[in-house]
Design a protein around this ligand. Structure first.
Ligand SMILES: Nc1ncnc2c1ncn2[C@@H]1O[C@H](COP(=O)(O)OP(=O)(O)OP(=O)(O)O)[C@@H](O)[C@H]1O
Length: 465
């Protein structure tokens, strides 16, 4: 819901503007002087402010209030209302960051037009920031055609619009934050902010000021007010990244915030109300932490209303080719180098690796490949171009181990040993998908089925038909 704060000393104007805005479906609040205006602004950040240039009997005039608002949060657009003799002041306000002004007396069409434009401009600024973030900070999109990612995508579609809290678990670098960003992007809060707090890298003594913000003077004489992440995420989504690392005492406070969506800033006494959706990620098993007494059970149940798990990359090797190609394309774009593809031996080597650092590691290696091997001739990167740990070590899962004892077998049995290991490895590469495996190994699907049955390769290796 778009909320607009009206600040004007004349009750008639406040009532009139509130009524016009409500008729258009906006939510409206109002204040008659600077103290009330600042209290309203701090209690809950509006999407837009309509501010009179001159307020009778008020501590601060319009420009003073504008500056105080901007000190708290400069991104909320402010539209000034000017009377006959105050146009110059309105222009000065624009020079100090107000979006536009309207002159009294105004009609409702003019008011609504300026409001609409100001909201659109604020949205564009926010989208621009998001685009910049995407350009430099990875993609906001979950790549992968295998069942694991397809299931996750379907779950995200379902849970995103509900507004419910989600706990996203999975190993490091698997894509937990990417999932959280998708949930936000597909939710009704998509136009609001997405704020992530990494609980693992914050010093314990800084948690509360980061979360709740700080009142002026609370950190020493003359120190300014600081907004915490809870207020910065107002109207949007707050991600508690690596939530397992929160100190126990802070866990209790967060559990309370989740219950009543209000809190006190450090050094403050009044409660600040916010409207946020909280998502959390954890690479550690929270149940184990609960048993050890390191994580509060009540917080767990508040966060894990819907639990989602992002599988490790080695559990979805079938996604590796698409992911790797997409990271290579991205690396070429960013570095300005000519685009390259992966030859099938390189793809097989990537699929054979166990990826302890998951998708992030694959991403880094594709960046490395593009930059370090750009002098190699040809359109394709081959297995020999990969870092040595990938090109030389055949990993456990896909190793074809034709050890010396094969030599003691007659050809027919040795061939069975080889075929079993080869087909098991190929099934693993293609996520157990029979059609894709058959296509790659060059067999009809039904012939592959028969072969697998004959070799005693079990149903647990296969997916679908
Ligand atoms: N399915 C995916 N499709 C595209 N990119 C992905 C996918 N999964 C992860 N990534 C990319 O991999 C990198 C790591 O992802 P992300 O930060 O979401 O992982 P994480 O699980 O939150 O990591 P950590 O546990 O270290 O916080 C990012 O660059 C992200 O863009």
């Amino acid at each position: 819901m778009t909320e607009i704060l009206i600040v004007d000393d004349e009750p008639d104007i406040r009532m009139l503007v509130e009524a016009i805005l409500r008729d258009e479906g906006y939510e409206a609040r109002s204040a008659g002087n600077s103290d009330d205006a600042l209290a309203a602004y701090r209690a809950r950040r509006p999407n837009l402010v309509i501010l009179d240039v001159w307020l009778q009997g008020s501590k601060l005039d319009g420009i003073g209030i504008l500056e105080a608002f901007h000190q708290e949060e400069p991104r909320v657009p402010v539209v000034m209302i000017s009377g006959h003799g105050t146009i110059e002041t309105a222009v000065a306000a624009i020079q100090r960051g107000a979006y536009d002004f309207i002159e009294k007396p105004f009609n409702s069409d003019r008011l609504l037009l300026v409001v609409k434009r100001a909201l659109e401009a604020a949205k564009l600024t926010q989208e621009n920031e998001e685009l910049k973030r995407l350009r430099f900070g990875g993609e906001n999109n979950l790549i992968g055609e295998g069942n694991g990612i397809a299931g996750l995508r379907a779950a995200i579609e379902k849970v995103a619009p509900t507004g419910s809290r989600v706990l996203i678990s999975g190993p490091p670098g698997a894509g937990k934050e990417t999932v959280a960003r998708m949930i936000h992007a597909k939710s009704r809060r998509a136009e609001g902010p997405f704020v992530a707090l990494n609980c693992a890298i914050l010093a314990p003594e800084r948690f509360e000021s980061e979360l709740f913000g700080v009142e002026p003077g609370a950190e020493g004489p003359g120190t300014p007010r600081k907004l915490g992440v809870l207020e910065r995420a107002h109207g949007g989504t707050l991600l508690l990244d690596e939530v397992s690392e929160l100190p126990l005492e802070t866990q209790g406070k967060i559990a309370r915030v989740l219950q009543d969506q209000s809190f006190e800033r450090v050094g403050g006494t009044s409660r600040v109300k916010v409207d946020i959706r909280v998502l959390a990620t954890s690479a550690r098993d929270l149940q184990t932490k609960i048993t050890a007494g390191d994580f509060r059970e009540d917080l767990y149940y508040r966060l894990a209303v819907v639990p989602l798990r992002v599988p490790a990359l080695r559990e979805r090797r079938e996604d590796i080719p698409t992911l790797a190609e997409s990271f290579l394309r991205h690396a070429a774009e960013i570095s300005g180098l000519p685009p390259r593809s992966l030859a099938s031996d390189a793809v097989a080597a990537l699929q054979a690796h166990d990826w302890p650092g998951n998708v992030r590691q694959l991403h880094n290696i594709m960046d490395w490949l593009m930059i370090m091997r750009s002098n190699e001739p040809g359109e394709y990167f081959h297995a020999e171009h990969l870092p040595t740990e990938l090109s030389s070590h055949a990993p456990q899962a896909l190793a074809i181990d034709l050890a010396a004892d094969v030599l003691s077998l007659p050809l027919r049995e040795a061939r069975d040993v080889f075929e079993t290991q080869y087909l098991q490895a190929q099934l693993l590469r293609f996520g157990g998908n029979i059609s894709r495996t058959a296509n790659f190994v060059g067999m009809e699907r039904s012939a592959l089925h028969r072969k697998l049955k004959q070799l005693g390769i079990g149903a647990e290796d296969k997916v679908g038909v």
